[in-house]
Design a binder for this molecule. Structure first.
Ligand code: TYM
Length: 332
């Protein structure tokens, strides 16, 4: 029998899912979950780096779970679990930490970013964040990891730790996981504020759970310039960003029409934004309706995570037993 590919991804439960999470990770995973040996988890250990209150942590885990399900994650096809239900991950994290070096961890972009943004809380969890992420991936020996562009470096680190383990113990044990997107290139969905990426901490997100009025308000407020005055001119970053979002939610002919009107300087940003808000709403509304109905179904959510934890543990404990044996933790 040919072994199926293993696909794994995860998201921190630090707020509602936004379009970036959806197009960067969730949608790609959903497309693969029926062909692959598929794992999707809620990275609640990772979210402790920002010190949530117990009530927020629990509430966010539940909410994100409901949102995954609403996006089409199928708990019968994929193993859908909460990271902290799988303590095997933390043992592998400890073992991998022994071969992860301070210099390389300090040099990662995400660590430097976080250290800059929260100088009052540069904790060891932040520093070793890529090691925990590698443990998440390697514990199921994942081949492919659907993620957005911002996770590329973390995946590089995971490959490095896998290779280092194999080399150190002279085994061909861990595979080297690759970041994955169906469109081939990893993507970055921009925010509406004209800068960087859409993100939870950036406060520039369009959330799947947003209602029509909220989406409209956010899009109408999006940063724009005064408009093109010279035909065929280069678009400023904030306008390019709106087109990037239009490309994923609007019909191709709509995008072409507005692009042409930009090029010949006849574009009216108000019309463009109105159309964009309509298209985002048509896309997210059915997901929103499912979120609202699933999030109140506590029994169902409980069933899903219990089943997921059992399935995840079977795979994780088998990997961990082998790792322990390779390292030399053996029975007398
Ligand atoms: P997190 O929770 O920040 O984001 C979850 C996923 O969404 C993607 N994403 C985006 N993609 C495109 N454009 C955007 N604007 C955008 N914003 C977020 C992210 O790339 C990510 O795929 N460290 C991870 C969680 C994690 C994980 C793992 C992922 C922990 N262990 C193991 C994969 C495998 C994180 O914080 O993602």
């Amino acid at each position: 029998m040919i072994k199926k590919e293993t696909v794994l991804s995860g998201i921190r439960p630090t707020g509602n899912l936004h379009l970036g999470n959806y197009f960067g990770a969730v949608q790609n995973f959903v497309k693969m979950q029926h062909q692959a040996d598929a794992y999707f988890f809620i990275a609640d250990y990772h979210s402790l780096t920002t010190h949530p209150t117990p009530a927020d942590l629990h509430g966010n885990v539940k909410q994100v779970l409901a949102e995954y399900l609403a996006c089409g994650l199928d708990p019968d096809a994929a193993t859908l679990y909460v990271q902290s239900d799988l303590p095997e991950t933390t043992e592998l994290y400890l073992l991998l930490n022994m071969n992860a070096y301070l210099g390389e961890l300090e040099r990662t972009t995400s660590f430097k970013d976080k250290a800059r943004k929260q100088p009052e809380n540069v904790n060891a969890g932040l520093l070793t964040y890529p090691v925990l992420m590698a443990a998440d991936i390697l514990i199921h020996k994942a081949d492919k990891v659907p993620v957005g562009k911002d996770q590329e470096q973390n995946l590089e680190m995971a490959r490095k730790f896998a290779k280092r383990f194999n080399r150190m113990y002279q085994v061909e044990f861990f595979k080297e996981p690759i970041p994955y997107n169906f469109g081939e290139e990893l993507i970055k969905i921009p925010g509406l504020d004209g800068s960087g990426k859409m993100g939870k901490s950036e406060g520039n997100g369009l959330y799947l759970v947003d209602d029509e009025a909220t989406i409209r308000k956010k899009v109408m407020k999006a940063k724009t310039d005064t408009g093109p005055t010279v035909p065929n001119s280069e678009m400023p970053e904030e306008i390019k960003n709106l087109f990037t979002i239009a490309q994923i939610v609007s019909k191709p002919e709509t995008v072409t029409m507005f692009r042409n009107s930009y090029l010949d300087c006849s574009i009216r940003y108000g019309d463009f934004k109105k159309q964009l808000a309509d298209d985002i709403t048509s896309f997210t509304l059915p997901i929103r309706e499912r979120i609202l109905s699933i999030s109140s179904d506590n029994e169902y959510l409980k069933k899903v995570v219990t089943l997921g934890a059992d399935k995840a543990r079977a795979s994780a404990s088998s990997t961990l037993n082998e790792v322990r044996h390779i390292i030399g933790f053996r029975h007398f």
